[in-house]
Write a protein that binds this ligand. Sequence first.
Ligand code: FES
Length: 93
Amino acid sequence: MSDPKISRGKEIELTIDDQIVTAHEGESVASIMMVEGKVAMRTTTDGDPRGVFCGMGVCFDCLVVVDDVPNIRACMTWAQAGMRVNTQRGLSK
Ligand code: FES
């Protein structure tokens, strides 16, 4: 149950790993991915999974590919309608 005093941003759609998801303006890409069960947002060059660690833009463990641009911090990126987010493998896509 949500608090009626808290309002959410406008409902939007974006894709995460080619699947359409519904989110709200004002939410971070990281929070949306975690809601969708994608806690591993990237892999290292050795293939080890990484996800949100600091949640404030410092550790770079949450790097994703947004609209074909790699190395975007999911915790510092706000969702936008039509955004295409993909998990990142290694140093880039
Ligand atoms: S979780 Fe540390 S930079 Fe995003």
